[in-house]
Design a protein around this ligand. Sequence first.
Ligand SMILES: [Zn+2]
Length: 313
Amino acid sequence: MPLAELSRIRQLLVCPRCRSGLTEETEGLRCTALDCAYARAGAFPWSGAWPVLVDFERSIMDREVVVAEGAGRADGLPAPVRRLVKPPNRVAARNIDLLLRALPGPAPRLLVVGGATVGNGVSAVYREPRVEVIAFDIVGSPHTQFVADAHQIPLPSACVDAVLVQAVLEHVLEPPTVVTEIHRVLKDGGLVYAETPFLQQVHAGAHDFSRYTASGHRYLFRRFEELAAGAVAGPGTQLLWSVDHLVRGLTRSATAGRGARLLLSWLRALDRLVPPAYAEDDATAVFFLGRKNEAGMPPMSPGEIVRYYRGAQ
Ligand SMILES: [Zn+2]
């Protein structure tokens, strides 16, 4: 089943502003709540085959740009080239395996936040026959059913069993708001897998806003129980990326930077010699696999997060 048809999940979709149901007309969808600003005809337009469920007044997304995107986004570089520049993310693959094994029930529903491209190391999610995948991004793609802004997820509360949010939280203006939304759409005991950059150069230009240490990331998910957390890659990879960007800066050429990265790709292997505590202090990105706390359970306190630190200092 993996990626569900839009028609299959259509009844789940709600207004991003007020979370009332939606009704469909030729110009697009609209909210069914009469007092909602999005109740007017065509309030939520189509972008190609994808309904755009965005509260544009409260989003950095631009209505005209999103509607014009329509055709969707390709996966970028051909797979063999991508593997050379970006080797498979084995940490993600291992954690996704843990997540899939921990998912309850015969047909669990998994939401991918920022799913326009299939993330590195997470493809098993799309191959697991019992899982129903729902995915959205800020552009349409063959891997998503609708366009939305993660600050206002157009889904009802407690409707999914798991959320995957990989390399996305750095691109949102308010990560705590997005994590609150992820917490809201998850059922009690639902699972989340997040990967977020720590020591990483700016990417995606104007759409890159934040970085997290392992502790900062843990506190972001303080209303979740931790199942696993740590570094995605350590100082070797971090140094390799820094050399790439140093060369870019010296030569004013991204191609020269990528060339240096290919030449020095052996630096990555040094990560295997670095203990986890040191890797966490110098990680390219950190991951968190967690379970939503049962209702009534208190979140992690400020005191607990200070005791949580597991680095080498
Ligand atoms: Zn509404």
